[in-house]
Design a protein around this ligand. Structure first.
Ligand code: SAH
Ligand code: SF4
Length: 425
């Protein structure tokens, strides 16, 4: 979602007449869009900001702006005021659309602006975007989150859940299709709680988008297990353009920990969902997010997570060491797990996951897969990269350039995180 927001920022700057530069030493403006979901993201932001200081000292007219989730937290804004007083512009997730107005006032009045709103005033339509890719696009369908998982900062930084009107989404996807986009990824913190109109929930929206000519693939991220309806599971077998991949964050395999996380499903619920998904679509790939070392996680709890990994056989997973987020309920939970224990469990989890990923990828060898070709390798001009319907990355050899097309590729080899192949004739 941050990447999608950055596309909007680039679009707004483009409309103001700015063009993209590559380095701080020559740029007129730098804007850092931040994520605050984990501590590591916070630290990287302050590192990146610190690196701009020299350029700002050398050229006081160089404008430095910061925005995004981190700015929605008062302690971050306070730190910026105190330690980074040279930052010119601070804005949050709720007033991104006001960038042109804010930036113009920084430029014309030569004064600093800090403007962060506590809550959003709905959804804003019609913003420009400078999209990163020509053939695939992210499309926001809803914003915010009302789930309040006890470890998570997102409901505080992104505000209450709000859905875009279906007609606005449809017209955006239509115009993307007209401009050559073949694959759309629908975005939301919890897409399956999308409610665009009384009778239009997420499943209905997928069926509507399935009718749009030119769009060949539909993906979505992220869906919450507690809201994964049978209707949506059926869509995997009935809806021709819906890709055979679901990212379904499990977070933990222990029902006790899941309850402390406020996830509202149990280990068995999750296992049942994964079985239904596998029955609905042959070869569906299931990927997940897992947090290691949530407060109170015992060795037994962690073993339950390993058990879920073994049973579901995830194609891949994003794995995170639990990090305390200020202001969330889990910040105050007893039983914070020592760093050493977290790292030790993390290592075991990765080892198990990687073995399964490698095995899953090996099963593709000898198969012919439909690949949306994203472009040519930077290092070898005969090698192209793309994604299968199941979201596997494929590097393949081809005599001709099929960039932007969905084409058949014979899979000839595999690694833990990617496949290798040859263009079939
Ligand atoms: N809305 C999505 C996830 C958004 S955050 C969902 O509910 O699935 C992306 C991932 O970051 C989460 O799935 C979780 O695994 C991880 N995460 C969030 N807060 C975290 C924290 N405090 N420490 C470690 N990982 C965290
Ligand atoms: Fe965070 Fe939970 Fe909302 Fe996902 S569903 S954004 S993990 S609070």
């Amino acid at each position: 979602m941050n990447e999608r927001d950055s596309e909007t920022i680039a679009g707004l700057l483009d409309e103001m007449g700015f063009c993209e530069g590559s380095e701080a030493d020559t740029a007129d403006i730098a804007i850092i869009n931040t994520c605050s979901v984990r501590e590591n993201a916070d630290n990287r932001f302050f590192g990146a900001l610190g690196r701009l200081k020299k350029a700002k000292e050398a050229r006081p007219d160089f404008i430095v702006g910061v925005c995004g989730c981190m700015m929605q937290q008062q302690h971050v804004v306070d730190k910026l005021k105190e330690k980074y007083p040279w930052v010119d512009l601070v804005f949050g997730t709720h007033n991104l659309h006001e960038l042109p107005k804010l930036l113009s006032s920084v430029i014309s009045e030569k004064r600093k602006r800090i403007e962060v709103l506590e809550e959003s005033c709905g959804t804003v339509e019609g913003l420009p975007a400078k999209r990163l890719h020509a053939f695939k696009a992210f499309v926001n369908i809803m914003f915010g989150c009302d789930n309040f998982c006890t470890y998570c900062i997102v409901p505080y930084t992104r505000g209450r859940e709000r859905s875009r009107q279906p007609e606005n989404i449809i017209s955006e996807v239509r115009s993307l299709a007209e401009s050559g986009v073949k694959e759309v990824t629908l975005l939301g913190q919890n897409v399956n709680s999308y409610r665009g109109a009384e009778k239009i929930g997420f499943t209905e929206l997928i069926y509507m988008l399935n009718e749009i000519d030119g769009i060949e693939r539909i993906r979505f991220t992220t869906s919450h297990p507690k809201d994964l309806s049978d209707g949506l599971i059926d869509a995997f077998s009935e809806c021709g353009k819906l890709c055979g991949h679901i990212h379904l964050p499990v977070q933990s395999g222990s029902s006790r920990i899941l309850e402390r996380m406020n996830r509202k499903y149990t280990k068995d619920d999750y296992l049942e969902l994964s079985e239904k998904l596998r029955r609905s679509r042959r070869g569906i790939s299931i990927t997940t997010d897992i947090i290691v070392g949530f407060p109170g996680e015992t060795e037994e709890d962690f073993e339950e997570t390993l058990d879920v990994v073994r049973k579901v056989e995830f194609d891949s997973a994003f794995t995170f060491l639990y990090s305390i987020r200020r202001g969330t309920p889990a910040e105050k939970y007893e039983g914070q797990v020592p760093e050493e224990t977290k790292h030790e469990r993390f290592g075991r989890l990765i080892c198990l996951l990687n073995g399964i990923s490698a095995k899953k990828n090996k099963a593709y060898e000898g198969c012919t897969e439909k690949v949306l070709v994203e472009g040519r390798s930077k290092t070898n001009k005969d090698v192209y990269a793309g994604r299968t319907d199941s979201f596997k990355l494929v590097n393949f050899i081809s005599g001709a350039d099929y960039t932007g097309e969905i084409t058949d590729v014979l899979i000839t080899g595999s690694k833990t995180f990617s496949l290798f192949g040859e263009k079939t004739t």
